[in-house]
Design a binder for this molecule. Structure first.
Ligand code: FNR
Length: 356
């Protein structure tokens, strides 16, 4: 693609990816539960906050680096755990990880990744986290926790919002079938038959807080609970020993008609009381969204769908471009708000937009 034809923002990346991907794959990635109200709200809610620009604050040097669970990243945008990167590019997770590593950020590897934890760990010298569910199969969970530790992964994400399969109407219409992740055993309870697209991949519908406590006790790695949307659940995560939470509604892919993630962020941050780190995902498409989330107390954010748009358009280089576009937009926003460091992005950077 000639340089002039390069997408110049993440929306154009999605448009280009839509042209390139088979319809059913595009729909699987872009879609959400039932009426996709939460998908849309995640995105639109960022407009409920506006910046309070500040001037004459020496923004000649900007530092976008921060720490996540004690490890340094070059920018506060991480790669969300998303199943099956090969649906967008044959290099799949290897390409995404190399891109994340070259941009200095972390990638969370989905339970449903197309690539083994071991092969990924060898592909670059970056930072990997692994995502799992509260599986029925405790022996497999233990095995994954050990494999993650042995291969240098830095944290465990436990996704808690997927205990019951969602209704995704695009997938029903397209008769979409997911393939199984590469890390499941080839036989045994968890290696079950094809599941409805979007089901919890062995996530135990009977799971309770005891299962999160069990995972925390079974690993020395930090544990981050994903799919948290209320202050009550943030407190329970902290009580269960979690080191962090990801405020997430799974990109609107599980329960529809929730508030946007950015709308519940303040409630989550208040409930965390500074004891655990609070992250956010859902609808992040602009650098401005990242800065707003940080101003509301997020330690960092994750992107999901945009990584697939990057992969579809240009493999590893496409994902690099997606991350660099966000970086450039974060820089512009930080400079114009007079906030040269991530730590300087506080609540006074933004204001709730009054209705006109
Ligand atoms: C996901 N997501 C997800 N989450 C998770 O915990 N485990 C998984 O395997 C997947 N798989 C997955 C596949 C695809 C195609 C998408 C789009 C998403 C959810 C993901 O981690 C994240 O919560 C959302 O994608 C964030 O919203 P945005 O950035 O896509 O708007």
């Amino acid at each position: 693609m000639a340089d002039t034809a390069q997408p110049i923002n993440l929306f154009e990346f999605e448009d280009a990816a839509k042209e390139l991907l088979p319809k059913a794959e595009y729909d699987y990635i872009a879609g959400g539960a039932t009426d996709e109200i939460s998908v849309d709200r995640n995105r639109r809610a960022y407009a409920s906050w506006a910046f309070r620009p500040r001037v004459l604050r020496d923004v000649s040097k900007l530092d976008l680096s921060t720490t996540v669970l004690g490890c340094k990243v070059a920018l506060p945008v991480l790669i969300a755990p998303c199943g099956g990167h090969k649906r967008a590019h044959p290099d799949g997770e290897l390409a995404t990880y190399r891109a994340a590593a070259s941009c200095g950020t972390a990638m969370a590897v989905s339970a449903n990744a197309n690539t083994s934890f071991e092969d990924l760990a060898k592909a670059a010298n970056g930072m990997l986290w692994v995502q799992l569910y509260p599986f029925r199969d405790k022996a497999m969970t233990q095995d994954w926790l050990e494999r993650a530790k042995a291969n240098g992964y830095k944290a465990i994400i436990v996704t808690l919002d997927s205990q019951w399969p969602p209704k995704r109407e695009r997938n029903i219409r397209n008769r979409y079938q997911r393939s199984r992740g590469a890390n499941y055993p080839t036989s045994g309870e968890t290696a079950d038959a094809p599941r409805p697209a979007g089901s919890g991949a062995g996530s135990d519908p009977a799971a309770t807080w005891k299962d999160l406590q069990w995972i925390k006790a079974a690993t020395r790695l930090p544990v981050v609970a994903k799919g948290i949307m209320t202050g009550e659940d943030v407190e329970l995560c902290a009580d269960a020993g979690a080191d962090g939470v990801i405020v997430s509604n799974h990109g609107g892919r599980h329960l529809d008609n929730t508030l946007a993630t950015v709308e519940v962020l303040s409630e989550a941050v208040a409930a965390a009381k500074g004891k655990i780190e609070v992250f956010l995902d859902g609808g992040i498409r602009r650098g401005a969204d990242v800065v707003k989330a940080i101003a509301l107390g997020a330690k960092a954010v994750f992107i999901g769908r945009p990584l697939f748009w990057g992969l579809a358009v240009g493999g590893e280089q496409g994902v690099v471009r997606v991350l660099n576009l966000l970086r450039e937009e974060i820089e512009i926003t930080m400079a114009k708000c007079g906030r040269p460091t991530i730590a300087s992005i506080d609540g006074s950077t933004i204001v709730k937009v009054p209705s006109l």
